[in-house]
Each structure stands twice: as C-alpha cells, then as structure tokens.
Design a protein around this ligand. Structure first.
Ligand SMILES: Nc1ncnc2c1ncn2[C@@H]1O[C@H](COP(=O)(O)OP(=O)(O)OP(=O)(O)O)[C@@H](O)[C@H]1O
Length: 363
C-alpha cells in the first residue's frame, strides 16, 4: 500500500502529520529501472514501493545555521536520493515537535527518520521512536525491517556524531543515507517514580556538568564557547555532594563529595569532551564515569585529559560498565541537576537503564 507520504506527494490527501510545520514531500519521479538499487542494502528490492525518508529539520539549530545549510543542501539531496526515495521534509516549530513528527512517521511506515540538526534534535527524534514505554509500531504496511534512525549532524556540539568519527559534513551524511547500511544500537532510558520515561542516545549526566549544560543552552549563539560560559556559571555556588548510588539492582553505596556522574551510551559531550571513552552505542552497556572531590583548579589542570579521554587514571575518577544505575541525593532537597543529550531533565532521584539494540540506525 502507498504510504501517506506518497499520497501527499501525489496530492491525494491534504493533511500530513501531527502539527506539521513546513511539510514538503518531493514529487516522485518516474521509476528508473536501469538504476542500480543494490547499494540500498537496508531498502526494498526494485519491485518494492519507493521508500519514504522523513527529514526532521530544526531550522533554529546551531543558532539558525541548520536551516540555512539545509536550504543549500536540498538540491544535492534531491539529486542523490530523489530517484529511489520520497523525500519528506518537516521543519520543527519548537521544542518537542520532532518527537510528534517522528512518532507519526513511524506509524505511517517511513523507511527512515533522519534528524537534521544537533544533539537536541537527535534526542527528540530518538524519543519519538517510543511511546508509553514501548517502541512505536508501524501501522500501515508489512515491512521487512523497522524504521531506521539517521542523522545529518548540523548542530553546535554534534557530540553523538563524534563517537562514529562523523563530521558536521552533510554531504558525507547523505552518502551514508544513500548506502543505507543499518546496525542495531543501544538506547538509554531514564525513569523516576510515577514519572514518564525519557530516552537518550548519547550521554546522560548529573550535578555540575548537568548544571553547566543547563546554562550553556542559553548561550548557543556563541557557538562552542557556550560550554565554557555554562561551566563558569555552574561553578558559582557549586558544592560537591554525597550521593547514594545503586548499580545493576545491587546494594546501595554512598559516594562522597561527587562533582559529576556521566553515563555514556556514546563517548563525547559538552562540545567534544571525551567523557566516557569506553562507551559505544553498540556494546550492550553504559559506561558510568564518576568524578569526586574535584575543585575548580582540578578542571584547569586536568581539562586536557577530559578532552582526550585519558582521565580515567586520574585520582578521584572511577569508571564502571553498567546495565542500570540509580542515583539519589543523600540529603534530599531536589537540587541536583540531571540532563541527557544536553537537554535539561530536572533533578534527582533517577534510575538510568540500558536498552540493548533498541533502534536500527543508519551508520
Ligand atoms: N523551531 C524551533 N525554534 C526554537 N527551538 C527549536 C525549534 N525546533 C527545535 N527547537 C529546539 O532547539 C534545541 C536545540 O536544537 P539542536 O540540538 O538541533 O541544535 P544545537 O543546540 O545548536 O546543537 P547541539 O545540541 O548539538 O549543541 C532542541 O532542544 C529543540 O527542542
């Protein structure tokens, strides 16, 4: 059955998805039977319907650079993919819109949903792969494989892409999408009592770094400098705190004078800091790095190690590979920040678990 995107492209239906903003589906071209489709290893055979690839574009990403770059990129994208795919373009209208677009796209049977923007946009698209604690299912048609996640990294930090060695180079990203190689990757999930589940793909972090991220998000107009400004602001009034931690449902332990806890599904955060150097989204676990009793001058002296990922041997730094971790503030109070993929999530307590091989990703 034709997907809704195909019908929209043909002008058969007037309404696309939940609150679409700037929807534009490319007009399908006449099928080119001579085209070599063998490179679409994740895609259908030449007798299958055209694939719907949904691009979720944050026009405000990287202080508006994402929107401008996307405009320049479209002609190339059409020439590279338009022959075999319906290119469906959605602009996000504000925070969380990418989640709705993604859910609807998966339900309608999209072959892939591609986040175009930074880690925040990718984070929302990943959250759109889930609903009510379960993966979103495709209602529309029988498919050989589930909807894949893709990324055109065009953000300020674009930290997730660094783990794979991908640059902020959209042409390189389009080649990956054209090749369509897919592999299963893990996703992290964060929960709290009586609260909604929240998914992340890159790094979740607690206390000083999360507070720094909270402030950094206000200064994105300064590019990567926002992370330095955010860190300086977070240091004002910062205190290391005693936290209770439980790993893999074991015994609770008190970690004294915790500065930050970073839980990596991938390696980088904060605009290129290799904070969880042993993490990888396809290794089936999360790497937890705990910094204790750090003073401001420790960051000055050890910052180069944090960027290079050589900090695990430093005093007061520990690293554990986990399936789950629960963290509470020993003295309560609800003042310890938590963020995931650079997005502010609120305050402790939280439980963070790994969901192995949860999503198929175009790598
Ligand atoms: N139309 C919009 N207007 C304003 N903000 C938006 C819009 N669409 C999405 N957003 C928000 O913009 C935030 C940041 O976007 P994104 O991550 O793409 O760029 P970035 O912050 O520059 O990059 P990075 O996260 O890699 O540093 C997201 O959290 C998202 O909720």
């Amino acid at each position: 059955m034709s997907s809704i995107f195909y019908q929209i492209a043909l002008g058969r239906v007037g309404v696309a998805m939940a609150k679409p903003s700037g929807f534009r589906a490319e007009q399908p071209l006449a099928p080119d039977l001579s085209a070599d489709r063998s490179i679409h290893r994740g895609g259908p055979s030449s007798t299958s319907p055209r694939r719907d690839i949904v691009f979720v574009v944050n026009p405000r990403g990287a202080n508006g650079r994402t929107g401008k770059e996307w405009k320049k990129l479209l002609p190339y994208l059409r020439s590279r993919l338009g022959r075999e795919c319906n290119i469906c373009e959605f602009f996000t209208s504000g925070p969380s819109h990418a989640i709705d677009i993604t859910r609807e796209a998966i339900r309608e049977g999209a072959d892939a949903v591609i986040a175009v923007g930074g880690d925040g946009t990718l984070h929302e698209v990943v959250n759109g792969f889930f609903w009510d604690g379960k993966p979103v299912a495709n209602n529309e048609r029988e498919v050989a494989h589930p909807t894949a996640l893709g990324l055109i990294p065009l953000g300020t930090g674009s930290d997730f892409a660094r783990t794979f060695g991908w640059k902020n180079d959209p042409h390189e990203a389009i080649e990956r999408i054209a090749k369509g190689l897919r592999s299963r990757i893990d996703v992290g999930v964060i929960s709290r009592e009586h609260g909604e589940l929240h998914y992340f793909i890159n790094v979740a972090d607690i206390h000083l770094s999360a507070k720094a991220g909270y402030y950094a998000s206000r200064y994105k107009r300064f590019g990567n400098l926002c992370y330095v400004i955010g860190a300086l602001q977070a240091f004002v009034g910062h205190h290391n705190e005693d936290l209770r931690i439980r790993v893999n449902e074991g015994e609770w332990e008190v970690y004294s004078q915790v500065t930050a806890i970073c839980i990596g599904n991938a390696k980088y955060f904060g605009g290129g800091m290799k904070i969880t150097p042993n993490a990888h989204p396809s290794n089936g676990n999360l790497e937890v790095v705990i910094l204790q009793d750090f003073k401001w001058y420790d960051f000055v002296l050890k910052l180069h190690k944090l960027y290079k990922g050589t900090h695990l041997s430093v005093e007061n730094v520990s690293s554990i590979s986990v399936q789950s971790i629960e963290v509470e503030h020993l003295s309560g109070g609800g003042s310890i920040y938590i963020q995931s993929d650079g997005e502010h999530l609120g305050f402790l307590p939280r439980k963070i678990c790994n969901l192995p091989a949860a999503i198929e990703m175009i790598c």
